[in-house]
Design a protein. Structure first.
Length: 432
């Protein structure tokens, strides 16, 4: 099946001469799967439409934010209304407090929060507060987890850093990362060992509670609870990076899903409903250390932007409707089980992980995928073939074997069945 990508390819070649890789964020390029990226003209509900007029069932959802589906009329109206009142004031507005109240209500571990403009800013600021509050420098992160592109977090990172083969980025001086300790995901012993070696130096652990940047690898519950206990024992803070999982795996985020209480939480993606928003928050005694109440500095010209807040507020309110998360989880389970059965029927080794409304597919003979090492065992070449088959069948997955998939409330049985049927056709042509 050949895709007509005539206009996309033309735009891509124009973009290549003025933007590195033709893109404003590396994960949008198709380097991980080969070929050229689609250029998108518009999106609606569960679908995105490329400039060549083809519709795709969208499981990327702008990398997470579009949980209500694209072009939600209530979100669009709220944004348009806000736009008519001016785009930005750089002074306080009521809607910022309304969003903050909503977040504290949905995630009770967050007593106070501050808005920023991206997930990167959220994690960067949370780490600064943790270091300032504890007076310690070292942090623990996990191999394969991505927390944005701040220097000291780009160590053995996931997402595009992993896809393109540079998990530790050049341009980050060794001096900036010497305080970053890297442990193994879902391996408590590796964390214990670091605390034993540096009992008084570790400010915080930062973790993706469901890793979504090395494909989709849910943490084990006892692992997260073990991290909490280690933090308590050694006086370190637990930072849960819910930029991806917040309002996605459950309304109360992964901290609710796993029943674990962090000291600080990072948010992004869904909190902005598709606009550039991030947030970090947690215990009031820690957050009060921020300027202007405390000495730890953090700021932002456009933080809490009224248009972005309108999108986020409306999105979060809609997600509070009863049954939304059960529906999302059911849809994800239907897709996961359908794919598993299709693969099994044709003897294709496939593991499907999912949590709430995020999922990941792994072509592997292993029984389960719970670690970075397991992820690295997967058959990337097979994924690439699968990817292009699905694209030709009108299914848009993240163009990398190391990214998660996202379900929206607009995906119905029709889209899910088409996805399973398309995968089935691919599997039936493989010789296993
Ligand atoms: N943390 C996590 C868990 C993420 O998935 C991402 C982005 N995918 C970030 C942080 C960084 O967010 P942003 O791209 O908005 O800077």
């Amino acid at each position: 099946m050949m895709l007509n990508k005539f206009k996309s390819e033309k735009l891509y070649h124009q973009a290549l001469s003025v933007m590195p890789g033709g893109v404003n964020s590396p994960v949008r390029a198709f380097n991980g799967v080969g070929g050229t990226p689609l250029f998108i003209e518009r999106a609606d509900g569960a679908y995105i439409y490329d400039v060549d007029g083809k519709a795709y069932i969208d499981y990327v959802g702008s990398w997470g934010p579009m949980i209500l589906g694209h072009n939600d009329p209530d979100v669009a109206n709220a944004v348009i209304h806000a736009v008519h009142n001016g785009l930005s004031y750089g002074a306080p507005t009521e809607i910022e407090t309304k969003v903050a109240n909503l977040v504290t209500q949905l995630m009770p571990s967050i007593e106070m929060l501050r808005m920023v403009n991206s997930g990167t800013e959220a994690t960067m600021s949370a780490i600064r507060v943790a270091r300032g509050f504890t007076g310690r420098d070292k942090i623990i992160k996990f191999e394969g987890c991505y927390h944005g592109h701040a220097d000291y977090l780009l160590v053995k990172a996931g997402s595009g850093a992993l896809t393109f083969g540079h998990p530790t980025s050049p341009g980050v001086p060794n001096d900036f990362v010497k305080h970053t300790l890297v442990c193994d995901y879902n391996n408590l012993a590796s964390v214990k060992q670091q605390f034993e070696q540096y009992p008084n130096d570790i400010a915080a652990i930062i973790i993706e509670p469901v890793a979504g940047n090395m494909n989709c690898v849910p943490a084990k519950k006892e692992f997260l609870h073990g991290l909490r206990a280690l933090c308590d024992k050694y006086g370190a803070l637990l930072i849960i990076d819910e930029v991806m999982t917040g309002f996605r795996v459950a309304l109360g985020g992964a901290q609710d899903y796993y029943d674990v209480v962090p000291d600080l939480t990072c948010l992004g993606k869904i909190i902005g409903g598709g606009m550039p928003v991030g947030a970090f928050g947690g215990r009031a005694d820690i957050m009060q250390q921020l300027a202007p109440t405390g000495p730890i500095y953090q700021a932002g010209t456009l933080s809490g932007n009224p248009v972005a807040m309108a999108a986020g507020y409306t999105t979060l309110n809609k997600l509070m409707d009863v049954g939304v998360y059960q529906e999302l989880t059911d849809k994800t389970a239907t897709l996961a089980n359908g794919l598993k059965i299709a693969a099994k029927t044709h003897n294709v080794p496939l593991v499907v992980n999912y949590a709430g409304a995020m999922f990941g597919l792994f072509f592997t003979t292993a029984d389960e995928v719970t670690s970075y090492q397991d992820v690295m065992q997967c058959n990337i070449e097979l994924f690439k073939k699968f990817y292009h088959h699905m694209l030709a069948e009108g299914v848009y997955l993240a163009p990398s074997a190391f990214e998660a998939g996202f379900m929206s409330i607009k995906h119905t049985d029709r889209e899910i069945n088409h996805t399973i049927d398309a995968a089935n056709r691919f599997f039936s042509n493989l010789n296993f």
